[in-house]
Design a binder for this molecule. Structure first.
Ligand SMILES: [Zn+2]
Length: 430
């Protein structure tokens, strides 16, 4: 979608080139995109052009010198974010196609996204991620299996806890989607087309990934992206490459240990938690929560209550610019025979720490190198989990402060609180 005018980039475009031709580190955004596509074997490209579209045509021609094959669709009048899709069918060669907005810098494992799309038998897959300002972002509301249930507009009065799940501007569509777009009409992708598909019960999914996808529609964002290209950050975040993670315990680590936390009112962040997690977000480590929540097995609450507590955690962190790349919890407990218990979850499992089930799940999803990763927690169960999984470990003096006495293990180091622990990891002073 290369029709953007880029009013906010006038300082750079001078109204002489359209937004997708704005240079980043010496090359137009669109050229970065096309290079990325070619490297991943996506070589049949259709550029939807409008404002100053001739500048794009003159630069890329038929794409041969860029190693791809380019066709053009010209919008006579702007058709919104989806209207042009009605003109695609004669040019489509495959069952699926990616839709990418012309002001997005990205470096993602497209094959991984494609596998997700296929595995889910999705009709539409939206690349989604958490960001540092969910409170003023449109959000995706998804079921546990990542199926999108609805869009939560930033204009809604959000008097509820929400997940930090934001649509990033890269889509994978079944080519039949074009048949749902009326010809010669302005259509909004999210509000009309995708919302309409969800209403018709078509399978629309969110593919959540920590890889680099950023809108560079302002001058500041272009400059930031230039820095991130030069430092190699874009490439490093691609899930084809091994990732490093900091696994975080929840109660006593991120939030104040309050006996058992099974109602959202009981959940209160440790004072330094948001700052600590913000540091992780900026460091290149993934921030992943792994927590035992036997409160479900003990019959104190339902899975939905734990999920609501996690929405509260994401909302509170998001207000302070921090986010989590994933949250895993174990609702099980092995010991049977208590009066209120929920027998469904009273089972031995792989996921309960110090078991490594949750860590393994994250490793498969994010391609994590455990020898470069850390587990941070307030009791010996967390440290034993790290030993079992082969990560480095940090014990915190908050929460249980290691006084639980469950395992005879030594962490790599002990820190006063989450912030102190994270600083030491990132600075490499352990
Ligand atoms: Zn479990």
């Amino acid at each position: 979608m290369a029709g953007g005018k880029g009013t906010r980039l006038r300082e750079i475009t001078n109204d002489e080139i359209p937004k997708p031709m704005a240079p980043i580190a010496g090359k137009p955004i669109l050229e970065w995109q096309i290079e990325q596509l070619r490297r991943q074997g996506v070589t049949n490209i259709i550029l939807i052009i409008g404002y100053l579209g001739n500048k794009i045509r003159e630069y890329f021609l038929d794409g041969k010198s860029f190693g791809v094959n380019i066709n053009y669709i010209e919008e006579d009048a702007p058709l919104g974010t989806a209207g042009a899709l009605s003109m695609l069918p004669p040019l489509l060669k495959e069952k699926e196609f990616f839709l990418i907005f012309g002001d997005v810098m990205f470096n993602i494992d497209m094959e991984r996204m494609y596998r997700f799309h296929r595995d889910k038998s999705a009709f539409a897959t939206l690349f989604a991620h958490p960001n540092g300002h969910p409170f003023d972002s449109d959000l995706l509301v998804c079921a546990k299996d990542n199926r999108v249930q609805r869009f939560d507009s930033k204009n809604n009065d959000r008097n509820y806890w929400y997940r930090n799940c934001v649509n990033a501007g890269i889509y994978l569509f079944d080519s039949d989607i074009c048949n749902y777009v009326p010809r010669n009409k302005k259509v909004d992708l999210e509000k009309e087309l995708l919302s309409g598909l969800i209403e018709k019960n078509k399978p629309v999914f969110a593919y959540e990934s920590p890889e680099y996808v950023k809108d560079v529609g302002t001058v500041d964002r272009i400059h930031l992206s230039e820095k991130e290209i030069q430092s190699g950050y874009l490439e490093k975040r691609n899930l084809k490459n091994k990732q490093k993670a900091i696994f975080l315990d929840r109660d006593g680590t991120i939030n104040i240990k309050n006996d058992l936390v099974y109602k959202e009112e009981q959940f209160e962040l440790e004072p330094c938690a948001a700052e600590a997690i913000r540091l992780i977000n900026q460091s290149g480590y993934l921030a992943i929560v792994i927590t035992n929540q036997p409160v479900v097995a003990r019959g104190l609450c339902e899975i939905e209550d734990v999920e609501n507590i996690h929405r509260k955690m994401e909302t509170l962190l998001g207000r302070e610019g921090a986010f989590l790349d994933a949250i895993y919890f174990c609702p099980h407990h092995p010991d049977k025979g208590y009066p209120e218990e929920n027998p469904l979850y009273k089972i031995p499992c792989e996921c309960r720490k110090p078991g490594t089930g949750m860590v393994k799940e994250a490793v498969a999803r994010f391609n994590i190198d455990l020898s470069e990763s850390w587990i941070v927690g307030d009791n010996t169960i967390d440290i034993q989990t790290g030993v079992n999984a082969g990560t480095h470990t940090v014990l915190l003096r908050t929460g249980d402060a290691g006084q639980d006495g469950k395992y005879e293990v030594k962490p790599d180091f002990v820190a006063d609180d989450l912030l102190a622990g994270i600083k030491t990891i990132i600075e490499g002073n352990f």
